[in-house]
Design a protein around this ligand. Structure first.
Ligand SMILES: Cc1ncc(COP(=O)(O)O)c(C=O)c1O
Ligand SMILES: N[C@@H](CCCC[NH3+])C(=O)O
Length: 417
């Protein structure tokens, strides 16, 4: 039985009916299944098996402390892209020695803090960043562990906004010039070269681009070894896709099986940074229909969640399934499910076949990744509550924002005299 399933005519999260969650916590609310996150993390850990390495969950996919803490309890590592994400990991009980620090714009302050707590490595994305890291390390007297993020120029065959491993993208150091950057890092007394990293994109549904990137990285590793620069680990980033509609991404075991086979008996630790494949199908967004509005063109169902809660449809024209929590036998019609935000792009789904009434409770599925974490206060809307379900228990892992939360730090100005 899946973690979100119909039972007694209604949709449940594990052993809790979603109607109960809506009643207790209101809507819109993100609902997560603990079991799902644990199963997905374990799929990676099991597929890694006895091969040395780290599964570093990409915090940006879902950075709620409840989620991070349950992963920390399983021994997960974390992939972070900001000082804020680092502090979240620490607050959740994560081990800094299992943290890899990615991102193209690390500040000196963020570097200092990461050195202080002792992260596993910095995934350095440019030579300018290498210079900054070297001077921060020199200042603090630490030796910074460095893995260069190379851009292997591989087509991930995914949405252009979430493809990151092509020459034209802003990420990483071009693989052709990586050797120079490695020589530069290896010659520094303040930097310790430990690995190589790449991340070619997100929502990949085929293995070939991952394996092409891996092959290119292995060539680089051999070239570096000839110069006496020996790497301890290879980090293939995240990117494994999930099923939103008809996609059939390869199972984690096939992916890691193929990678391990390619690595053969090389003594290279394997680091992975999965986000979406751990989180997406572990969450849903619970929302209620406020109004039904029929025009000559369309039927609109205006719900209480909006693009500020889930930006993916507006940003990528992403499709995520929307289902009724208590399917009734009313007349099924085609509806555009839209939010209250003043933007034409504020939709959650178009042309959805549903039987709706004002007050109908809906669940937008596959929203555990890049859902709440990309939400905002646009239109001064409070960000949604987040509830984690564990069997029959519910934990409010983030309270719905209040107006006071929203205006904290803002102030009026005195009248002009
Ligand atoms: C550097 C890095 N690592 C890991 C991830 C996680 O990717 P995904 O959620 O596709 O697994 C991302 C986001 O795409 C990323 O930019
Ligand atoms: N936010 C994106 C994925 C971007 C991943 C970050 N590199 C999504 O919702 O699909």
């Amino acid at each position: 039985m899946s973690d979100f399933h119909y039972r007694d005519g209604g949709l449940w999260a594990e052993d809790v009916p979603l109607t109960q969650i809506a009643e207790q916590f209101g809507t819109p609310t993100y609902v997560y299944s603990r079991e799902y996150f644990e199963t997905q993390y374990r799929a990676y850990a099991d597929a890694l098996g006895d091969h040395p390495g780290l599964i570093c969950y990409a915090v940006k996919a879902n950075s709620n402390l409840g989620i991070l803490s349950l992963l920390a309890q399983l021994g997960a590592g974390f992939d972070i892209v900001s000082g804020g994400e680092l502090e979240r990991v620490l607050m959740a009980g994560g081990d800094p020695a299992r943290v890899v620090f990615s991102g193209v714009g690390k500040t000196a302050q963020e570097m200092r803090r990461a050195l202080e707590v002792g992260v596993h490595c910095f995934n350095v994305e440019s030579t300018a960043e290498l210079d900054r890291l070297e001077s921060v390390a020199a200042e603090t007297g630490a030796r910074a562990p460095v893995s260069l993020r190379v851009n292997p120029d591989v087509d991930a065959r995914t949405h252009p906004y979430i493809s990151t491993g092509l020459k034209e993208n802003k990420f990483g150091i071009a693989i052709d010039s990586a050797v120079y950057a490695y020589r530069r890092a290896a010659a520094s007394g303040h930097l310790e070269v430990v690995g190589v990293d790449c991340h070619i994109g997100s929502q990949l549904t085929e293995l070939a681009p991952f394996l092409d990137a891996l092959d290119r990285l292995l060539l680089l590793i051999d070239q570096l070894a000839e110069e006496g620069i020996r790497l301890k680990h290879i980090d293939l980033g995240g990117g494994l896709g999930v099923r939103y509609r008809g996609e059939e991404p390869p199972p984690v075991s096939d992916y890691l099986g193929a990678v391990r086979e390619r690595l053969g008996d090389r003594k290279l630790e394997l680091v992975l940074e999965p986000g979406r494949s751990i989180a997406a199908n572990g969450g849903l967004l619970l929302t209620r229909v406020e109004y039904l509005k029929r025009t000559e063109e369309h039927n609109f169902a205006i719900v209480d969640a909006a693009m500020n809660d889930n930006l993916r449809p507006a940003l990528y024209q992403a499709w995520q399934d929307i289902v009724a929590v208590e399917p009734d036998n009313g007349e099924v019609e085609s509806w555009d499910i839209v939010g209250p935000v003043c933007e034409t792009g504020d939709f959650l789904g178009k042309r959805r076949e549903l039987a709706l009434q004002p007050g109908t409770l809906l669940a937008m599925l596959s929203t555990g990744a890049y859902g709440f974490s990309m939400s905002s206060n646009y239109n001064s809307r409070p960000r949604a509550a987040e509830v984690l379900v564990d069997g029959e228990r519910t934990y409010l892992v983030r309270a719905r924002e209040s107006l006071a939360d929203q205006v904290r730090g803002e102030s009026r100005v005195p009248e002009k005299n």
